[in-house]
Write a protein that binds this ligand. Structure first.
Ligand code: PMP
Ligand code: GLU
Length: 394
C-alpha cells in the first residue's frame, strides 16, 4: 500500500523509540540504565487512583462531551486562576488525550499550509513534526551556545510576512531552561507588534528548582487573546499513561479545536478525566515531595557530569532533563571509526556501555545528549560513573 506523503515526511519519535529499546534490553536481562525516559518514575498518587476506581465502580464508563466534563473544566479554570492568575471560562478550555494531543489540535487549528511557525532550538521532538503535519513550515530560532536561549534579535530576524505563530516551551524540554519574566515581556512586545499568536507549552511549570514558579506568557496585557496554553497532568502528577492534557485559549479557537477532536478521538477517557479532577484538586504537598526528589537527583547529575572532561551544559532549572554538549567526543574513534554524530554516540553508549540517553539531533542540536534524571539516585550514580569510565577510555 502507498503511504501518504504527509506521514512519509515525518520522523518517528526518538524519545519514545529509545525508551522502548532500553525497556526491551532490560527485559532481555541486560542491565541498562535508562536516562531516556520522559516520564516521572513515581507511581501515580493513591488519592488519584482511588478516584479512578470509584469512577469505574460507579459506571462512569461512557462517552463524555468531546471537550471534557464540566467538573474537570472547572477544576482546570480553578488551577489557572489559583496558580497562574488567569481567569478562564469553561468555554475556553478543551481537554484532550494528553498534552501532545492538545498541541496537535492547537497546531492543526492555527496553522495553514505554508504558514511559518517559529520554533526555538533545541525543541522537543514532536513540535517540528506536528507543524509539518499541518503543512506549516518550522522556522528555527537559533540559540546562544551557552545559555541555549534565543535572542530577541534572532526572533525579529526570522519573522516574515508568513509568520503566524511562536511555539514556546517554558520550562524547556530538553534544555531545562526557564525563561525569565523580563525576557517574556520583551518577546510579548515583538509578538504584538507583528500581530502573531503563541502556543505556550507549560507542562513542566511545577518542576522548577532554585527559581520562582514560571510566568505564563498569557498573563501579559493583551496576550490572553493571542495565546493557547497547553498543559496536562502527565508530568506534575506522574500520570503519563492516563492521557489527559488540556488547552486554554480564546473561545473561537477552542471551539475549532473541539470540532477537530469531534472527528478524531472524541472525548479523552472518562475514567482518566475523573482522576484528573482529583489530581488538580490535590494537596500541593504531593507535588512538592516529587519536586524535592527531582532536585536532589538534578544536583547529583550536574555534579557527575561536571566531572567529565570536555562536557558542558547550562545548569537546568526546570523539567527533569539535562542537555549537555559532547561535541569533543564526536571526534573520538570507536572500533576504528570516527563517532561523528550524537546518534552514533547514543547508540554506542546504549549497546556498549548500557546507558540510554537521547541524541541531541532529535531536538535539532547535533553534538548534544539529553539525560533525564527521572530515575533513582542509585541509577544516576551508577550510570554516570559508567558513562565517565566509558568516555575516558575513548
Ligand atoms: N510537551 C512536552 C514539552 C513534553 O515533554 C511532553 C512529554 N511527552 C508533552 C508535551 C506531552 O505530554 P503528554 O504525556 O501529556 O502527552
Ligand atoms: N516528552 C517525553 C520525552 O521527551 C515523553 C516521550 C514523548 O512523548 O516524546 O521524552
Amino acid at each position: 500500500m502507498r503511504i501518504a506523503e504527509r506521514v512519509q515526511q515525518i520522523e518517528p519519535s526518538a524519545t519514545l523509540s529509545i525508551s522502548a529499546r532500553a525497556k526491551a534490553m532490560k527485559q532481555e536481562g541486560i542491565d541498562v540504565i535508562s536516562f531516556s525516559a520522559g516520564e516521572p518514575d513515581f507511581d501515580t498518587p493513591l488519592p488519584i487512583k482511588e478516584e479512578a476506581k470509584k469512577a469505574i465502580d460507579q459506571g462512569f464508563t461512557k462517552y463524555t462531551p468531546t471537550s471534557g466534563i464540566p467538573e474537570l473544566k472547572e477544576a482546570i479554570c480553578g488551577k489557572l486562576f489559583r496558580e497562574n492568575g488567569l481567569s478562564y471560562q469553561k468555554e475556553e478550555i478543551i481537554v484532550s488525550c494528553g498534552a501532545k494531543h492538545s498541541l496537535y489540535n492547537a497546531i492543526m487549528t492555527l496553522c495553514n499550509p505554508q504558514d511559518e511557525v517559529l520554533l526555538p532550538r533545541p525543541y522537543w521532538v514532536t513540535y517540528a513534526e506536528q507543524i509539518k503535519l499541518a503543512g506549516g513550515i518550522p522556522v528555527i530560532l537559533e540559540c546562544h551556545p551557552e545559555t541555549l536561549v534565543f535572542s530577541l534579535e534572532e526572533l525579529k530576524r526570522k519573522i516574515t510576512s508568513r509568520t503566524r505563530l511562536l511555539l514556546l516551551n517554558n520550562p524547556s524540554n530538553p534544555s531545562g531552561v526557564v525563561l525569565e519574566k523580563e525576557f517574556l515581556r520583551e518577546i510579548v512586545e515583538i509578538i504584538q507588534h507583528y500581530d502573531m499568536a503563541v502556543i505556550s507549552d507549560e507542562i513542566y511549570e511545577h518542576l522548577v528548582y532554585e527559581c520562582e514558579f514560571p510566568v505564563s506568557i498569557a498573563t501579559f496585557p493583551g496576550m490572553k487573546e493571542r495565546t493557547v496554553i497547553v498543559n496536562g497532568v502527565s508530568k506534575t502528577f506522574s500520570m503519563t499513561g492516563w492521557r489527559i492534557g488540556y488547552a486554554a485559549g480564546p473561545k473561537e479557537v477552542i471551539k475549532a479545536m473541539e470540532k477537530l477532536q469531534d472527528h478524531s478521538t472524541s472525548n479523552p477517557t472518562s475514567i482518566s478525566q475523573k482522576a484528573a479532577i482529583a489530581a488538580l484538586s490535590s494537596d500541593t504537598q504531593l507535588i512538592q515531595e516529587m519536586v524535592e526528589k527531582f532536585n536532589q537527583r538534578r544536583k547529583l547529575m550536574i555534579h557527575a557530569l561536571q566531572e567529565i572532561p570536555g562536557v558542558t551544559f547550562p545548569v537546568p532549572r526546570g523539567a527533569f532533563y539535562l542537555f549537555a554538549n559532547f561535541t569533543p567526543y564526536l571526534e573520538c574513534k570507536f572500533e576504528g571509526m570516527r563517532i561523528g554524530t550524537s546518534l552514533k554516540l547514543a547508540e554506542i553508549l546504549l549497546e556498549k556501555a548500557h546507558i540510554a540517553c537521547v541524541p541531541g539531533i532529535a531536538f535539532g542540536m547535533e553534538g548534544y545528549l539529553r539525560f533525564s534524571y527521572a530515575t533513582s539516585e542509585a541509577n544516576i550514580e551508577k550510570g554516570m560513573s559508567r558513562l565517565r569510565d566509558f568516555l575516558i577510555k575513548l
